[in-house]
Write a protein that binds this ligand. Sequence first.
Ligand SMILES: *[C@@H]1O[C@H](CO)[C@@H](O)[C@H](O)[C@H]1NC(C)=O
Length: 478
Amino acid sequence: MAFHHLSPILILLLGIQLVESRLTHETLTTTFATSSKNYGDEGTNWAVLVAGSRGYGNYRHQSDICHAYQILKKGGLKDENIVVFMYDDIAQSEENPRKGTIINNPKGADVYKGVPKDYTGESLTTNNLLAAILGNKTAIKGGSGKVVNSGPNDRIFIYYSDHGSPGVLTMPNDDDLYAKDFINTLKKKHLMGTYKSMVIYIEACEAGSIFEGLLQKEWNIYATTASNPDESSWATYCPGFDPSPPSEFDTCLGDLYSVAWLEDSDMHNAQSETVEQQYEVVKKRTSDGGEHGSHVMEYGNTDFSKEHLSSYIGSSTLVSSSHKGHNKGGKGKGKGKGNKHNPISSTPVEQHEADILYLKRKVLREPEGSIKRTEAQKELDAAMSHREHVDRTFEDIGKTLFGEEKGYEMIKTVRSAGQSIVDDWDCFKTLVETYKTHCGVLSTYGKKHMRAFANMCNDGVQQAQLAKVASQVCGRQV
Ligand SMILES: *[C@@H]1O[C@H](CO)[C@@H](O)[C@H](O)[C@H]1NC(C)=O
């Protein structure tokens, strides 16, 4: 029970408060009929928002998360029920042309204001994220200590945005979240019986690999991902693309899948739109007509995707009543006026390309012949040659392990749908660490080759074998 540790008097007081806040809510919206459904005996709405990156070049991920917070907040979720994981190095970055603010759309307003700083900087760890989801306060180190202290009638919404790679969600402090650990946490939460249902949205490259073959239907979790297990996800509102961010921005403002659900939530009444309907809208926009873009996937228990979105992200009845007004007064005009976030079809950019784009813009921004320009050029060159180097390293390792002919194929093989990328996750982790020992840290880009380790495990490659080959290829003796 959610309130089992509270005294009866407190429960009574809480009850009164709930009724009061409901009344205020209704008074505000002047419609008494609509609001009772989502704010009643149905339990509490919880949310966990995670931006997994840091650095100004990754502006878009924290921007997505901030935008999500604004929607939840407007939807009536309380700060005490929204746990935010965000490195928080964007708003005050010296590269930010609009210091102290973050936007998620070329014409969008600030989405940074008011965002709770629960786990920022060094406290944004995988350990804290999993402990927060489980509601285990004693396991938290640093940060605000806020956790999902949910009960059996509560609904939970989890949204993550960042780079990812096969089997892994990137975290900013180099302690990446492996799919298996995330899945085990969800299973544990299910066994604890501390939620009614859960919706998870994941923006990341190869995001499908987090759930494929892993998320069990009976846990009552419905998840959608920006990409299938074997493709990039895409950034949007990127400089030089249409529509572009304001000219002073040299970085992408959002991600395609993220902006698709966020702007859809801004525009539609979450009390009438279902989770499934949003999935369809997001899927369409994220596929970008099939030319660019990625395949939005759904996993887990799709039975309750017929539920209204408001059960997870809340619902701003102010928005809904203004929408009603629009419908009465002519749709087209009202829509444009009342909405800052009309979706605009935008040419998206692959996640990894978005990083290079930012570095290129950085070069162009500095005056020709200046020291700063030379420095920016060096940074770009280093990133490009690093990529070539990493690609070659994996190819060489593949060839040495599996032979000239089969090598490339072996590290690239994608398992068929319904299968997780690897069976032995301990082996997977061990091989990643073995690689790091001999070849150095895996950059965000380098992680795109994570599948190689999964395939090695699936083929029975032992740690000692990889250690030998990696030290040969990378020239490091340990
Ligand atoms: C909470 O975390 C602590 C410290 O990691 C651990 O000892 C304990 O078993 C955890 N409790 C639950 C209920 O998972």
